[in-house]
Design a protein around this ligand. Structure first.
Ligand SMILES: [Mn+2]
Length: 341
């Protein structure tokens, strides 16, 4: 059971103005958690806006209430005014203000004594929040929002749309209840959400069975490019800018591709490199079992995350990035083998 400090309960009972901020390149969990919390607070007569650092990916545009999300990159002055006037600023599904992006982070750091409420399930939470709900054993931030609402006695306020948002967050962050982060508690929440009248099959179809032909063809290209290194139980995919352009890449199109590497028998570690104009190379890491994908991401690729799912980036070219990866992988594997010996 999540414990909410009395002072936070009291602030919430005084109809404060609030805002909710999620991480850059928002995923199903960030948006699911954000939309559900927003509706809950609004039902408690609390003024609230949901702010995303950048645009909503296409595969999530069907979520109820998504059109009211304020995009910081597009409406920064409006977003800044809202945040400046917020007595509480919820930050969801990230552990460090840098996850909002350079420009947004810079603004957040200019705030005078902001009251941040962190609700998040990533390791190593930074220390910016007055109220910190951080638990890396949770499947998702959406699960934590369900717990947060329950701890405030608000379960009866969860309606079908909120349940749809939360279910989407839990489903996407657990890979449809497949990843090791799925607990009995996660399943009980999923059941509770189903009882709120959601159409779980439709959510599944909206997320996983709504690909464009371009996206499927890009997946074909990615699978053809998959390289397996049996000696390191590692599979990787590298997609160049021209690969992406060939299939009219849109943000979110490669969502989930990295997991195909783990579908390979005997692969414990899967990596996907994505060459992106503005951001250099974005890298996704997935692992089975004890392989610490987050440590690898942190050590060599300015990243981090969970043991089985992490991300990173480099300003290098795709070629240089893959070269560095191939150099460091044997070193890293030798290290963890030594540690476990
Ligand atoms: Mn999450």
């Amino acid at each position: 059971m999540l414990k909410i400090p009395e002072s936070l309960k009291e602030t919430l009972s005084q109809s404060p103005s609030t805002s909710i901020i999620i991480h850059r390149n928002p995923d199903g969990d960030a948006l699911g958690a954000g939309l559900a919390l927003k509706t809950f607070l609004a039902k408690k007569d609390i003024q609230v806006e949901l702010i995303s650092p950048n645009a909503i990916p296409n595969y999530l545009k069907w979520l109820p209430g998504i059109n009211d999300v304020i995009i910081y990159e597009e409406q920064s002055e409006k977003a800044q005014d809202i945040i400046k006037n917020s007595q509480l600023i919820f930050t969801l599904d990230f552990n460090d203000l840098s996850r909002t992006g350079k420009v947004f982070e810079k603004f957040l750091k200019t705030l005078q004594s902001p009251q941040f409420v962190m609700i998040d399930h990533h390791l190593e939470p930074a220390d910016y929040a007055r109220y910190k709900f951080s638990n890396a054993n949770k499947s998702s931030t959406s699960e934590m929002i369900f717990d947060f609402i329950s701890a405030l006695g608000g379960q009866n306020l969860i309606d079908k749309n909120m349940a749809t948002a939360l279910y989407t967050g839990i489903m996407t962050d657990t890979g449809s209840f497949k990843f090791p982060n799925t607990t009995p508690h996660t399943m009980r929440i999923a059941a509770d959400l189903m009882e709120k009248g959601i159409n779980h099959n439709e959510i599944q179809i909206n997320i996983y069975d709504s690909f464009s032909l371009d996206k499927l063809h890009l997946l074909g290209e990615a699978l053809n490019k998959l390289v397996f290194l049996p000696q390191y139980k590692t599979a990787y995919i590298a997609l160049s800018k021209s690969d992406l352009e060939k299939y009219h890449y849109q943000k979110g199109d490669t969502e989930g591709f990295v997991n195909y590497g783990l579908a390979l028998k005997d692969a414990d570690f899967a990596v996907m490199f994505l060459e992106n104009d503005q951001e250099g190379v974005r890298i996704s890491f997935r692992s089975k079992g004890d392989f610490p994908a987050n440590e690898f991401a942190k050590k060599y690729f300015n990243g981090g995350g969970h043991r089985n799912a992490a991300g990173g980036r480099t300003p290098k070219s795709l070629e240089e990035t893959v070269k560095l990866f191939l150099e460091k992988l044997p070193e890293f594997i030798a290290e963890i083998q030594q540690k476990n010996a």
